[in-house]
Design a protein around this ligand. Sequence first.
Ligand SMILES: Nc1ncnc2c1ncn2[C@@H]1O[C@H](COP(=O)(O)OP(=O)(O)OP(=O)(O)O)[C@@H](O)[C@H]1O
Ligand SMILES: [Mg+2]
Length: 291
Amino acid sequence: MPTRDIATLLEALPYIREFHGKTVVIKYGGAAMSEPALKEEFARDVVLLKYVGMNPVVVHGGGPEITSYMKRLDLPVEFVDGLRVSDAETVEIAKMVLVGKVNKDIVLLINRHGTPAVGMCGDDGLLFRATRQPSPSGQDIGFVGRIERIDVDLLNRIAEHYIPVVASVGADREGHSYNINADDAAGAVASALSAYKIMFLTDVPGWLRDPDDPDSVISEAGAPLVEAALTTGYAGGQPVAGGMRPKLQACLDAIHGGVSYAHIVDGRVPHSLLLELFTDAGMGTKIGPGE
Ligand SMILES: Nc1ncnc2c1ncn2[C@@H]1O[C@H](COP(=O)(O)OP(=O)(O)OP(=O)(O)O)[C@@H](O)[C@H]1O
Ligand SMILES: [Mg+2]
């Protein structure tokens, strides 16, 4: 092994020691979930985390796949405030695609690298109970839910020996299924598991000071700064908008729920998970409880 590789391994040692036995929740989305080479590398990285002694738990959505199946069936696709309007037929398809297809594709990919994965959704072991949630502007958007109650008993047992892969779908008390935002679901799972870290894989280099400038990554921030950015804006700018908003809100919920650190990393970069976790330079945004 060249000396360069040994140096990398040694650089990782203090991190491996720090993370040993700890849980990391990974919200899987964006290009890392659609591009074949990135998918393969993601699966390998997750298995590597397990082998170095961490407990990885994957939570995923799958918006683009749901849209593609809706189109194949000639059904209308409609969004309000960035949320999918979900009538009974839409949520039926969302459930079929997320639980039956996307979830199992991820399980199969992970299985090929040495540690078996177990797929589940909010219904399995009563992981989530969902409740209907209107859009932020108050419109009824159908079967779009938020997590009302979470029970991680089964998830914890699975995580002892396998890699859990959770589809963000759950049902209410009456048994109606809901599509749940995967960022929210990941935040709730991380809090309930008392995870050490939560990591969001996305298609930007991290949380950006200026959404149009990919070089403006905020590499570290404390919860109070994130809170201010969501309400009054970052350093005099606009309040954070778009897909970054639910992500930062989920980071904040996780930190308030006892998770030590939340990370937002670029899933388009191969091995971004490992680079953020095990190198001194890191990449993306790291959010902690402090200032
Ligand atoms: N300040 C900001 N920093 C970074 N991205 C921002 C910011 N404000 C808005 N965004 C938008 O948020 C998007 C990321 O969220 P998005 O929901 O699109 O991706 P995702 O959650 O990773 O994927 P998916 O929702 O498909 O699982 C970016 O592509 C960007 O357009
Ligand atoms: Mg999103």
